[in-house]
Design a protein around this ligand. Structure first.
Ligand code: ADP
Ligand code: MG
Length: 337
């Protein structure tokens, strides 16, 4: 079957600036793809281009084998949701969710039923008659999600949907979104700058950098095998540069610190330590002046380190052991012209 979405060599320019540079992606029905990248990497531009809101300088966008070029936004079979809900203030909750259905020319009776079903999906069925101005931020985002889902789009596109909410609310909504994505037959394209969120929600994750697709992989493959120093660093790996211009990446949870220094071990000094619920994050500076971030699981029973890092003091000397299976050496960086 043709993919629900196929993006081929899509380029978007703003003047001289290439906001999207030959982007490719393919999305199957029922699949969730998380688009991950720093601010300004082109994530929103990609979604807007797919929605038909930005003209393409090059490339092609297809859905189920059909070129979307001549289809306006509302005929592309999309559900869209952005960081700010922007609900219609003069309509109640149900009226907001019915909006897309009415636009499609659906009969009022049928629209009401479908809008109520969409509100149920997001746990907001009791709010149907409420004014949207009374809603909390999280409730408003649920209503916006119901509005995007009500017309049963083939593809749901979410741009940092819960980015404006506080962390507990955001985690709760992400959890619900994940279960929704699994239950619904809809393909989902989700934009985020947070790799934890991308890993939790994406069946696959696509990393964007300055408008280019840097890597697309499942969360586990991406975490184990970042394809470039950029991806590695963005995911929180240690990226080191030696005097010969060689670049290596070392996964933070693959480094062991030892208190008993063997002669062949690299030595380092503890420069910082932070407690993070299930692990300690320890920063050390090695004898060769590399800074390494090390994650030590809190359940660590290694007596020499006390309870997973608590026993380490700033300024303390430690030995550094790196699991060779969790270190990647990248070829030398191309010389700048
Ligand atoms: P992201 O969503 O990843 O933060 P965007 O897609 O919004 O990034 O933007 C990508 C790049 O394109 C940025 O450098 C941004 O400044 C630029 N850009 C986005 N929209 C416009 C616009 N309408 N006009 C000019 N430049 C824009
Ligand atoms: Mg954006």
């Amino acid at each position: 079957m043709d993919p629900v979405l196929s993006v081929q060599g899509v380029t978007v320019r703003f003047g001289d600036h290439l906001a999207l540079n030959q982007a490719d992606l393919s999305l199957a029905a029922n699949e969730t793809l998380a688009v991950l990248g720093p601010s300004g990497s082109g994530k929103s531009t990609l979604l807007r281009a797919i929605a038909g809101l930005e003209p393409l300088a090059a490339g092609r966008i297809e859905s189920l084998g059909v070129d979307l070029a001549s289809f306006p936004t509302h005929r592309r079979g999309l559900g869209l949701m952005f960081q700010d809900a922007t609900l219609f203030p003069h309509r109640d909750v149900l009226g907001n969710v019915m909006f897309g259905l009415t636009m499609k020319g659906e009969k009022r009776g049928q629209s009401i039923g479908r809008a109520q079903a969409a509100l149920e999906l997001v746990g907001m069925e009791k709010f149907a008659d409420r004014s949207v101005s009374d809603l909390s931020g999280g409730e408003a985002q649920r209503v916006a999600l119901a509005r995007a889902l009500a017309p049963e789009p083939k593809l749901l596109m979410l741009d940092e949907p819960f980015g404006a909410l506080d962390r507990p609310r955001r985690e709760e909504l992400n959890e619900e979104l994940r279960s929704l994505c699994q239950r619904l037959p809809t393909a989902v394209l989700l934009v985020t700058h947070d790799h934890t969120e991308a890993f939790a929600l994406g069946d696959r994750v696509m990393v964007l950098r300055e408008g280019k697709v840097e890597q697309t992989a499942t969360p586990t493959d991406l975490w184990r095998n970042p394809a470039s120093p950029f991806v590695a660093e963005f995911l929180g790996w240690n990226v080191t540069h030696d005097a010969h211009g060689r670049v290596a990446a070392i996964r933070p949870d693959s480094i062991t610190l030892t208190c008993e220094l063997a002669t062949d071990q690299e030595r380092a000094t503890v420069v910082a330590r932070t407690f993070r619920k299930n692990h300690w994050r320890i920063r050390v500076e090695t004898a060769s002046r590399q800074i390494l971030e090390v994650e030590i699981a809190n359940s660590n029973s290694d007596r020499t380190l006390g309870a997973g890092g608590e026993g380490l003091a700033i300024g303390q000397s430690v030995g550094v052991v790196i699991d060779p299976g969790a270190a990647i050496s990248f070829s030398e960086l191309p010389l700048k012209p």
